[in-house]
Each structure stands twice: as structure tokens, then as C-alpha cells.
Ligand binder design. Structure first.
Ligand code: SF4
Length: 347
């Protein structure tokens, strides 16, 4: 029965809600055909290429208080930092030498950077590295602000929707935040012309199978270029400190489902996956992922950007990181490419 559902998903990129639920909870003993179908699809679109994104965590200040996040405003125990433009450019310089052609500027919703500051940072990176893409991942902004970022040269934006179910959204976020606004931001980004990334945590507190189905249906509506998913991992200084972490198997099943539902999509094998299992990122690639995001942030600030506990690669210099990842990627039959790594919507 599972094989028929997988074949239907492979051929039509769609299955019913009940069939999705069956595949999400596919036992490991039955998962091989799902992995094989996802791999076949990923090879049709991306061969054995794995794109690398240089992640620069440039600020851990945030005005928000998401209940799952280690750098939420309410966490008074975290040491806060933000990088200067020169420090960010230094990270890009290191990354460029190592073969990175995409830089992802990620941070909390830090009010100390004005829109002009962000635009200046983006345009300075584009000026210094015109053959590179700049991705922003700095949260919810007005449409005008997004437009200004785009005009300054940022062409990609990551904003996980986290959950497409309103009650679940309210369980994960304070009242000041709304799913409606989060979705509107994603639509605004799309209409401006950004390559957009959405996504969610697997196993976040209160998440049901129905929530996950709603997430996939929302993604079908949005048709993003990138989809970031990773297991929920609790952080000790959050209200969810004692919640169980998300399951490796469920995350891998969802990666394979996403690859089959969105054959073209840029799908990272996340650091969170590598945190819950020593070979989690390799398993993610084997499940259909085609992107890895090594950290280019200065080593001395990395420990302060802990969205969850026990995050890996905190002490590795960027060069060590990319060497290690290169070997891991090679071990499972793929290769890291020096490429801007645009989405391939068709084969
Ligand atoms: S998840 Fe993002 S917006 Fe929410 S508190 Fe953390 S950094 Fe801020």
C-alpha cells in the first residue's frame, strides 16, 4: 500500500491528506522506497550537486518572544551581540575564498539596525562580490522595507512560517505575533520578486499530524523556492525547556515527501538535524535535501546564537567546517559545488 502512495506522489506531486499522514509516520522498516523515490527526483533536478550557503548570524538581539527560541527577548541570560558591517564583510571575504557564492544574513528582529543600515550592508556585499547572492533572514517587515532590501540587491529571503494552523501558531508565539501577518509577509516577498523560503519545525510543542498536513497545503499554495525544516530542539531558557525534541525519522520522512511534492525545491539538510543525530545531515541528503548551510560567523560569537541547546559546529573555523562538511557530503555520494545555487524550476 505504501509503495502505491509513494508512486502516486512521485507521478502527480500530490496525495490525499490521509495518505500524507501515512507517509509522515512511515516506519523506518518501510521507508526505503520513499527515500529512493525522493533521491531519484532530486537527481533529476540537481544531479549530485549540493549547494552551500554561508550563514552569517550577525545579531542575536530580537524584539520578539517566540516561546521556542533561545534568543527571544525574554531570555535575560543570553549575552547579546551584533556584528558591524566590516565584521560581516570579513565573514564574506573568508567565505568567498572558501568557495561560497551565497551569503545568508540571519538575525533576530534587531531594532538597532535601520532599513538604511541593512540596505548599506547588502549593497556593500553585492559591490564586493557581484557574482554572489545575498539572502536575508531577519523576520517580519513592511512591504516597503522588503522592497528597499530587494532594491539594494538582496534577492532571497527566508521566513519560516512555523505552522499554518492558527491555534498552533498561538501556542508557539505571544499575542503580539500573528499567523496572518507572517503569511502576508511571505506573499509580499513573493510579489516583490524575492526567491522565498518558508518552513517549519518538526515536532514543535502542540503539533499534530493535521498541523503538518496544513503546513504542506500552505506550501503548495505559496510554492516557495526554498523550504527549511528541522526537528524542534528545546532550549533550557525558554517556556518549552522540558518539551521532547522532534523525531529524526519524521523529519526524514517529511524531507522525502517535500522533495516529491516540490521536485524543484531548495531543501536544506539542517544543523538541527546534525544536532539530534551525529550523521543527521548525511541522512537528510539521502532523504532528498540538496543544500547545506555552514556557519561563517566569527567563532567567538557563535555560542551566543543558540536558538536551541547543544547546537553543533560552535567552535569550528569556517575552513574546518567546510572541509568537514565536504567529506560528509562525499561519503554519501554527493558533491559540494561552487555555485550561486539558484532554484531549478524545471529539468
Ligand atoms: S524565532 Fe526569530 S523572531 Fe522569534 S524570538 Fe527567535 S529570533 Fe526572534
Amino acid at each position: 500500500m505504501f509503495k502505491d502512495i509513494i508512486q502516486k506522489l512521485y507521478e502527480t506531486q500530490n496525495i490525499t491528506d490521509d495518505e500524507i499522514k501515512l507517509l509522515i509516520d512511515l516506519p523506518e522498516s518501510e521507508a526505503a522506497p520513499l527515500r529512493e523515490a525522493a533521491l531519484k527526483r532530486r537527481r533529476e533536478y540537481y544531479g549530485n550537486d549540493v549547494f552551500i550557503r554561508g550563514l552569517i548570524e550577525f545579531s542575536n538581539y530580537c524584539k520578539n518572544n517566540c516561546y521556542y527560541c533561545g534568543i527571544r527577548a525574554g531570555n535575560t541570560q543570553v549575552e547579546r551581540y551584533h556584528l558591524t558591517k566590516d565584521q560581516i564583510l570579513q565573514c564574506c571575504d573568508t567565505g568567498y575564498t572558501l568557495g561560497f557564492r551565497t551569503f545568508v544574513l540571519q538575525g533576530g528582529e534587531d531594532l538597532s539596525y535601520s532599513d538604511d543600515d541593512i540596505c548599506d550592508i547588502v549593497s556593500s556585499i553585492k559591490k564586493a562580490y557581484p557574482d554572489c547572492a545575498v539572502t536575508l533572514s531577519i523576520g517580519e517587515k513592511s512591504k516597503e522595507t522588503y522592497q528597499a532590501y530587494f532594491d539594494a540587491g538582496a534577492t532571497r529571503y527566508l521566513l519560516r512560517h512555523e505552522t499554518a494552523t492558527p491555534d498552533h501558531y498561538a501556542h508557539l508565539h505571544p499575542e503580539s505575533m500573528s499567523l496572518e501577518n507572517r503569511k502576508q509577509c511571505l506573499w509580499n516577498l513573493k510579489s516583490i520578486g524575492f526567491q522565498v523560503g518558508a518552513g517549519f519545525m518538526v515536532g514543535s510543542p502542540g503539533q499534530t499530524l493535521d498541523c503538518l498536513v496544513a503546513d504542506l497545503r500552505f506550501l503548495q499554495e505559496l510554492s516557495p523556492d526554498m523550504i527549511g525544516i528541522g526537528p524542534f530542539i528545546p532550549h533550557a531558557q525558554t517556556p518549552f525547556a522540558h518539551e521532547p525534541q522532534g523525531s529524526l525519522l519524521r523529519t526524514l520522512n517529511l524531507l522525502s515527501i517535500l522533495r516529491l511534492m516540490f521536485p524543484y525545491v531548495l531543501l536544506p539538510s539542517t544543523t538541527a538535524l546534525g544536532t539530534i543525530d551525529p550523521i543527521g545531515r548525511e541522512l537528510g541528503l539521502e532523504a532528498g535535501a540538496n543544500v547545506v548551510m555552514p556557519n561563517l560567523s566569527p567563532v567567538d560569537v557563535r555560542k551566543f546564537y543558540a536558538l536551541y541547546d547543544n547546537k553543533i559546529c560552535m567552535g569550528d573555523e569556517a575552513a574546518q567546517c567546510i572541509r568537514c562538511l565536504g567529506m560528509r557530503v562525499k561519503c554519501v555520494g554527493f558533491r559540494i559545488v561552487e555555485d550561486i545555487g539558484n532554484v531549478r524550476r524545471s529539468v
